[in-house]
Design a protein around this ligand. Structure first.
Ligand code: SF4
Length: 325
């Protein structure tokens, strides 16, 4: 079998793995745990990656899904995804507050989306969110809008629901914003789909600076740059490789988007969590292998996957390239 593979090239996306927001959140949690004689609690999955969570648990960090289970006055870390205000209120009731024992690792790019949502709302806009309703970031952003009643659209194909929502209400102004980890292509498609159904006015882009808030229908590009870079690098890989391996946690929204991107381009692709899932047969007859990873994947997992592919393929020539984007 191995003689089928003579020459092979492995391309690792330049922007793959941890984004700065996730990196920072992990650093904060580790530092707090190291300098703290008591237990350190993290509310929710700090990062959507099972292996990383296990490593942190081994360092003594306790992950709690139910906020009621965090003990009174506990040293607590909040993850990068951003929390609704109710989280801070509940923690305050347990004497867990910023400046004392609460370490907030919310990514500044998520805070930016919250601020955009608040400003649009305060300027008379009904704000619709393009995101995953159950994702912690969407829940956090919704808090600044209408809470559970915030209109969330999950797929570009659900544009009809947006149209119905607009038609069944008499909103003066409407703005669409996006969760930071959604697909750039999907967001554009959603706007196009909605616009194709509208007669009186179209959704036009409102710059992130929000200087001009006079448009009746507007959308703001709130997908973060690290997400965009990972998506565009993956697109390059999908175009030029015979197979693309995407590494990411099962619940990682941005990793799933990378997988969807590869599927969209019709390239053979596999979404894995670690090197143990790789199968030798995948690489038979393949010359160009792409490797990419979502924002919640550590470098060591990427390296392990690359090394394992090399072992499996037993190839004669290795070219490990970074994409020049
Ligand atoms: S994906 Fe973007 S918004 Fe989310 S933590 Fe990373 S940099 Fe921040």
């Amino acid at each position: 079998m191995e003689q089928n593979i003579i020459k092979m090239e492995i391309k690792v996306a330049k922007h793959a793995g941890f984004c700065f927001g996730v990196k920072k959140a992990i650093e904060i949690a580790e530092e707090v745990a190291q300098n703290n004689k008591r237990d350190t609690y993290v509310y929710g999955q700090l990062v959507h990656n099972e292996k990383v969570i296990k490593d942190l648990e081994n360092k003594g960090i306790i992950f709690i899904e139910n906020i009621n289970e965090i003990p009174q006055n506990a040293v607590t870390v909040l993850r990068a995804h951003g929390e609704p205000g109710t989280t801070y209120e509940l923690l305050e009731q347990k004497s867990i507050v910023k400046g004392k024992n609460l370490n907030d690792a919310t990514c500044p790019l998520v805070t930016l989306v919250h601020n955009v949502a608040i400003k649009l709302k305060n300027n008379g806009y009904e704000v619709i969110l393009f995101g995953k309703a159950n994702h912690p970031e969407a829940i956090g952003t919704s808090y600044h809008l209408k809470g559970k009643d915030t209109f969330i659209v999950e797929e570009p194909e659900h544009a009809d629901n947006v149209i119905d929502y607009i038609k069944n209400n008499d909103f003066e102004k409407i703005a669409i914003i996006s969760q930071t980890t959604m697909s750039v292509y999907g967001y554009k498609k959603l706007i196009d789909n909605v616009n194709s159904e509208l007669k009186d006015a179209k959704f036009e882009e409102i710059p992130l600076s929000l200087k001009d808030l006079t448009k009746k229908y507007g959308y703001v590009d709130t997908i973060c740059n690290p997400t965009k870079q990972r998506q565009s690098d993956t697109e390059e890989l999908a175009k030029e490789c015979d197979i693309v391996i995407i590494i990411g946690g099962k619940n990682s929204s941005n990793s799933k988007e990378l997988y969807a991107k590869c599927k969209e381009f019709g390239v053979e692709s596999y979404f894995i969590q670690s090197e143990e899932q790789l199968q030798k047969e995948w690489f038979i007859g393949k010359e160009k292998i792409g490797v990419t990873a979502g924002a919640s994947t550590p470098d060591y997992l990427i390296n392990e996957v690359v090394e394992r592919i090399k072992d499996m393929a037993n190839f004669k020539k290795e070219v490990l390239l970074n994409l020049k984007i």
